[in-house]
Design a protein around this ligand. Structure first.
Ligand code: DHB
Ligand code: FE
Length: 289
């Protein structure tokens, strides 16, 4: 059976892609940020996932304001990266896993999540930069399934609904017969606001609380409204929805392997978490020896 090995939450700020392209990882501005990823690489070397299910938001590349699905999922054999205007180098395509995608789509629609199904899907910086951060070399040893959440065009889905989407995906993965190890990734956040009178807004106390709640009290996040997230985390802080969905996919007992907070990179607070889970005990199985 498929197994969820855990979840990683990571920033996706475009400037990170520029720093990688220019080899600036050891420069004083960037070093404290990139140093945060060493323990993540060690963990990935140990756990070796086969597939990554990536919750992210599209920033106007594959979807624009004229057509914005609330929830979309990829069902393609590969996903082409493209640059929606940040002048970042285009990365090689990311391999997909259509068989697992269709398994998830069947289960999601059956459970009331009417997904937009994408048999072609361009992925933007919010998908590609996390892949480059997690697997910095040219070789990326995972197949991928993008799940795009609308964090851009209001009305946005509620934190509760995003958590439920993640939960339905987690349950569907656990019901998938092939022996694959699945990593869940949530990208974006933490607090940031790129425009308007609060441009540059960052809320460190709220970010740190979110990082704690993502580990041990996700319901504290699912009771927030989208409006409260905008107030507390800034207008682009709504990317927290991607992290809430990723946490929802962990259906077992969750523990934190590693966390790293760094502020700011560009206009944004970066929060990195590695979460592991003990899988839920199947119903009908006794714990007694
Ligand atoms: C920045 C952050 C983002 O999440 C994004 O999508 C684009 C830019 C920034 O801080 O520069
Ligand atoms: Fe973003």
């Amino acid at each position: 059976m498929a197994k969820i090995i855990g979840a990683i939450t990571t920033s996706h700020i475009p400037a990170i892609g520029g720093a990688i392209a220019k080899g600036q990882q050891n420069e004083p501005y960037w070093k404290p940020f990139f140093d945060g990823y060493g323990p993540v690489h060690d963990w990935l070397d140990r756990t070796r996932p086969d597939v990554a299910v990536v919750f992210y938001n599209d920033h106007g590349l594959n979807f624009f304001l004229d057509k914005m699905p609330t929830f979309a999922i990829g069902a393609a054999a590969e996903y082409h990266h493209a640059d929606e205007g940040w002048a970042l180098p285009v990365m090689p395509s990311f391999p997909g896993d259509p068989t697992l995608s269709w398994h998830l789509i069947e289960a999601l629609v059956e459970h009331g999540f009417d997904m937009t199904v994408c048999q072609e899907m361009l992925v933007d910086h919010a998908f590609a930069i996390p892949m480059a951060l997690l697997w910095p070399g040219a070789h990326r040893p995972v197949r991928t399934i993008p799940v795009a959440i609308n964090t851009v065009l209001h009305p946005l889905p509620s934190p509760k609904r995003c958590f439920a989407l993640g939960h339905a995906i987690g349950q569907a993965i656990e019901a998938y017969a092939p022996d694959v190890k699945v990593l869940i990734v949530g990208t974006g956040g933490l607090s940031h606001q790129l425009d308007g009178t609060r441009a540059g807004f960052i809320n460190k106390p709220f970010d740190l609380q979110c990082m704690d709640d993502l580990v041990s009290d996700p319901t504290a996040l699912t009771t927030l409204s989208v409006r409260q997230i905008v107030e507390l985390a800034g207008s682009q802080g709504t990317e927290l929805l991607n992290l809430i969905a990723a946490r929802g996919a962990l259906t077992g007992e969750v523990s934190k392997v590693y966390g790293h907070y760094h502020v700011p990179i560009s206009n944004t607070a970066t929060g990195l978490l590695v979460l592991e889970q003990k899988p839920p005990v199947p119903r009908g199985v006794s714990l007694a020896a």
